[in-house]
Design a protein around this ligand. Structure first.
Ligand SMILES: NC(=O)C1=CN([C@@H]2O[C@H](COP(=O)(O)OP(=O)(O)OC[C@H]3O[C@@H](n4cnc5c(N)ncnc54)[C@H](O)[C@@H]3O)[C@@H](O)[C@H]2O)C=CC1
Ligand SMILES: Nc1nc(=O)c2c([nH]1)NC[C@@H]1CN(c3ccc(C(=O)N[C@@H](CCC(=O)O)C(=O)O)cc3)CN21
Length: 292
């Protein structure tokens, strides 16, 4: 099953994104949370991909482990950072061997300590090149790419960023999953502009339910996502109360999901950060997903 089949007139593509834990305890905890998340019958589960050999193996271990344990379709994230075309091909062949049929194809962030992405000799400079390579050498794989409701940080304008998004779709992407965002108007603007450019693949909002102000400020600055000031204020009012912050974040995510569902969306991708409780609470507040 590829992610091409996850979206459609009578299918809603629910997906969850994990990252590779650093320790055996982290791995055990991750699977406890995935136990809870699979109860919502997701269309697929993804795992991020870090620069450097050992984390790449951990990505495959997580994602192949999830597939083997739950028989749910999975996708590996893959970035262009530090890899030559043959190395990327080898990784994808190993992924396919382990039953991974989908890729979230990204350029990737600059490595820690660096501010700009630098392509390597024999590697790719932009995600559209990676997508083209996968489509050519691994035509059976499903491909998702990233889209930016608030524009990608490095792009000079939304128009230029959207032209680059179109390049990725023209190169063979099956679906666009967005960067996390907290203002639904930004998502609907992206969708309308994609319509105008003739981009016809599903555009799936990526949601990260906030559970902690300090954490989300760190992540939001990494991603270039803006937090509405009323939301930051509400979180700050709970600064002494972790459970209070969690509830404010969950309530915001519920409101955001309701607004998106009302606007019509093909699916939702949750950045679950290897936890289940916040996402579980959000989904249980939405009648179409709630557990029995
Ligand atoms: N690891 C993950 O799960 C996620 C990572 N990201 C990160 O977001 C960042 C961007 O990744 P992608 O969206 O895959 O990159 P991308 O290659 O599509 O875009 C990167 C930048 O280059 C520009 N660009 C793209 N193609 C171009 C071309 N052919 N010529 C000139 N400019 C071009 C874009 O407008 C953008 O500013 C990375 O830092 C990625 O790691 C984003 C979402 C999820
Ligand atoms: N630019 C960009 N890079 C990404 O890697 C990325 C995005 N955007 N947008 C969507 C998701 C969000 N991602 C995230 C966000 C936070 C953590 C995080 O909290 N990491 C912990 C590591 C904890 C651990 O390894 O145990 C951290 O402290 O940074 C991980 C992936 C990955 N994705």
């Amino acid at each position: 099953m590829t992610i091409r089949d996850a979206y459609g007139s009578n299918r809603f593509g629910l997906s969850f994104e994990l990252f590779p834990p650093k320790s055996a305890e982290g791995m055990a905890s991750l699977f406890q949370h995935v136990d809870e998340l699979v109860k919502f019958d997701p269309s697929f589960i993804t795992c991020t991909f870090g620069a450097g050999g050992s984390t790449q193996d951990r990505t495959l271990d997580v994602i192949a482990g999830v597939r083997d344990k739950y028989a749910v379709p999975v996708a590996t994230h893959l970035t262009c950072v530090g890899l030559t075309e043959p190395q990327i091909g080898e990784y994808l062949a190993r992924a396919l061997d382990r039953g991974v049929e989908n890729v979230v194809a990204l350029r990737g962030d600059p490595p820690k300590g660096e501010t700009a992405f630098k392509p390597i000799a024999g590697g790719f400079s932009y995600a559209n090149e990676l997508v083209g390579f996968i489509r050519r050498d691994f035509p059976q794989m499903g491909i998702a790419v990233g889209g930016y409701p608030e524009k990608h940080q490095e792009a000079p304008s939304l128009d230029v960023d959207l032209e680059n998004l179109k390049r990725k779709v023209d190169a063979g992407a099956d679906v666009i999953i967005t960067q996390l965002f907290y203002n639904n108007d930004d998502f609907f603007r992206l969708r309308d502009r994609c319509d105008g450019l003739g981009i016809a693949v599903p555009i799936v909002p990526g949601l990260l339910p906030v559970t902690n102000l300090a954490q989300i400020q760190r992540i939001a600055s990494l991603c270039g996502a803006k937090l509405p000031s009323r939301f930051v204020t509400a979180l700050e009012q709970q600064s002494a109360d972790a459970a209070g912050q969690f509830s404010v974040g969950v309530e915001f995510a519920i409101e955001q999901a309701v607004g998106l569902l009302e606007g019509g969306i093909p699916g939702i991708h949750f950045y679950v950060l290897n936890k289940s409780e916040a996402t579980r609470r959000v989904l249980n507040a939405l009648p179409q997903f709630a557990e029995e």
